[in-house]
Design a protein around this ligand. Structure first.
Ligand SMILES: [Zn+2]
Length: 395
């Protein structure tokens, strides 16, 4: 066999052996995410009835989570805000959207059971503050985060002891007439930021305690005016803007977006992740009052807070922002209006909550976990998995 033939055969063999190298690189789809281990998995959760239920969740892990609740904010409330704003809501920038079922032990939930479901993963009775049907405490996602070394905060346009905010730090069998008890439960926790109304419940009370004083002893910077704080960045802040229920947005001014921005500033630590809950509470109150134009004002105010959270997350790149509702209020629908002028003619079918599913908007690492139709309790299990705050149960 001639020398040339031998060389030719050797070249042929080398060519065949190296084919996979040059064939794959040219064919691979550049957009296809790099397969670095499992990107998604199914997390099993045990329902109150004890049966297993799977929830879809991705394997990306955000450093920070901003969880935003528009109380009573259904799709019509969002649409009305979008028509009125005309140049688009911040909410319209979210790409990952899902729908949740909001029922409690009743078809129509209240805010206490709705927030308990999302904060603890358990269905409970209307009126319960992060307690189960046997009136046992249910550990909240915020408590898991604190225990795992995260810093945390709660911001609301209601009193800070109102049902929704209280479900993240407190535990009570009944939501009424427990403001003082909840204020004391807050002081017993180690949450860095609390902003909203209700300083009456922290002042010196029948139990002989002055919870404002105790907060100052625990090194909270205490104020009743967010605008006064300016660039000051305390480690811990208690901002109580009204004696009891805060006023409507017209009187309240820019409190909610400012409080959201300041909370992020305070909680954004290089060494610890943060969990922040922000509630736009008065969308619900205007729904109960069947006041369409005032409802839209509260929706636009909440959207400004969403814009603050999104602006931070876009810059930070490691923050998951979730925007959802505990239920829809008023059976609100849009029956007329004018897209050019932003006028909205809204109608109501009820002065209470409804059972209509509500949307979930997600942005950031893990956002894809919140698409699809699922139960409000699954939000807790998705967050717990994404935040990896339940060390004991991490596979
Ligand atoms: Zn309500």
């Amino acid at each position: 066999m001639s020398k040339q033939t031998v060389i030719f055969i050797l070249l042929l063999i080398a060519l065949v052996l190296s084919a996979p190298l040059w064939y794959n690189s040219s064919e691979e789809d550049p957009l296809k995410p790099k397969q670095t281990g499992k990107t998604h998995e199914t997390v099993f959760l045990t329902t109150p009835k004890g049966d297993e239920k799977a929830t879809y969740v991705s394997n990306s892990h955000p450093q920070n989570v901003i969880f935003m609740i528009g109380d009573g904010m259904g799709l019509s409330q969002i649409t009305a805000g979008s028509i009125a704003k005309q140049d688009g809501l911040a909410l319209e920038k979210f790409r990952h959207i899902g729908l949740i079922k909001t029922y409690s032990t009743k078809l129509i939930t209240d805010s206490a059971a709705g927030a308990t479901a999302m904060a603890t993963g358990s269905k409970t009775y209307n009126g319960a503050i992060s307690m189960n049907v046997k009136q046992q405490n249910l550990k909240t996602i915020l408590e898991y985060a604190e225990e795992d070394g995260w810093v945390s905060g709660v911001v609301t346009t209601a009193t800070v002891t109102h049902a929704t905010p209280a479900c993240f730090y407190g535990h009570q069998p009944e939501r009424r007439k427990v403001n003082r008890k909840l204020a004391a439960q807050f002081i017993a926790q180690d949450i860095e930021v609390l902003m909203g109304g209700g300083w009456t419940y922290f002042k010196d009370g029948p139990d002989g305690r002055d919870l404002i004083e105790e907060a100052q002893e625990k090194e909270y910077f205490v104020t009743n005016n967010i605008e006064q704080v300016g660039d000051y960045r305390p480690d811990k802040m208690l901002c109580l803007i009204s004696p009891q229920l805060p006023p409507k947005v017209k009187e309240r001014g820019n409190f909610l977006p400012l409080a959201t921005k300041k909370s992020i500033e305070i909680l954004d630590h290089p060494k610890a992740g943060f969990f922040l809950m922000v509630e736009g509470a008065q969308i619900d109150w205007r729904g109960h009052e069947n006041k369409s134009s005032l409802l839209i004002e509260e929706m636009l105010d909440f959207d400004k807070a969403i814009a603050e959270a999104l602006a931070f997350a876009e810059k930070d790149g490691n923050t998951l922002v979730i925007v959802t509702a505990d239920h829809e209020t008023g059976g609100y629908s849009i029956n007329g209006g004018n897209k050019k002028t932003g006028e909205v003619k809204g109608k109501f079918t009820s002065d209470y909550h409804t059972a209509t599913m509500v949307p979930v908007f997600a942005y950031g690492p893990g956002a894809e976990s919140f698409t699809g139709v699922y139960d409000n309790t699954e939000i807790f299990f998705k967050l717990k998995h994404l935040m990896q705050v339940d060390k004991k149960n991490i596979q």
